[in-house]
Design a protein around this ligand. Sequence first.
Ligand SMILES: [Mg+2]
Length: 243
Amino acid sequence: MLKNIKLILFDLDNTLFSFESYWTQATMNTFYRSNLTKQLPFDEFFSHYRYYDHHFWELHYQGHISLDEVRQQRLIHALKHFDQKIGIEEADIYFRDFFNNLIHLLEPNEEINEYLRELKKTYRVGIITNGKASEQRSKLVKLNLYDVFTEGEIFISEELGFEKPQREAFHVPLSYYGLKSEQTLYIGDSWNNDVVGAINAGMSAVWINPAGNNPPSEHKPLFITESIIKFLTSILKNSRLLL
Ligand SMILES: [Mg+2]
């Protein structure tokens, strides 16, 4: 099934590590440390905060607001429910505390890293991730992913000048490998950014779908799997037979 595939590219957040669970933990830690929030009821704050997080991310995906604005506005709006008015500078400080805590919490998953090193014996590999270069690199360092991927194999949207699901975000990295989209498999958890984006760029795709959601459109990924570990073990088991 992977006969013509020479290159396997990965998303980072929620694909190579569980960003969601670290996000929740770091959000809780920041809440209890900050003078802006620690006196509030956590559950009520968190439900507003999550609501606005989704709401402003949606506006970001539609191209209406920047990533910095998502981070500022979700807090500013959540606090309005508690009659607290804050400015963007305070929201920026809150986000920085949150991000530093998230990086502090991150631990490498050596099982995944070992599978990736094994995969690298058969395929070219790389990462295409949306985000800020310095933030994504801090995550890669803490996850020991530089033991697997070289700097040249890591493509971050801020430096690429294109974000997934734009075709260029998938096509620009291909020139580094000298390979074609048809020879490439892309693996990620976001239906729109990763699966639809990669398929529209001419690649095959794997959807990491731990919640067992139904595909939201007619696009056809090559595999749907509940975790990266399951996918990597099955591909490693089969790859020698398929060469
Ligand atoms: Mg992701």
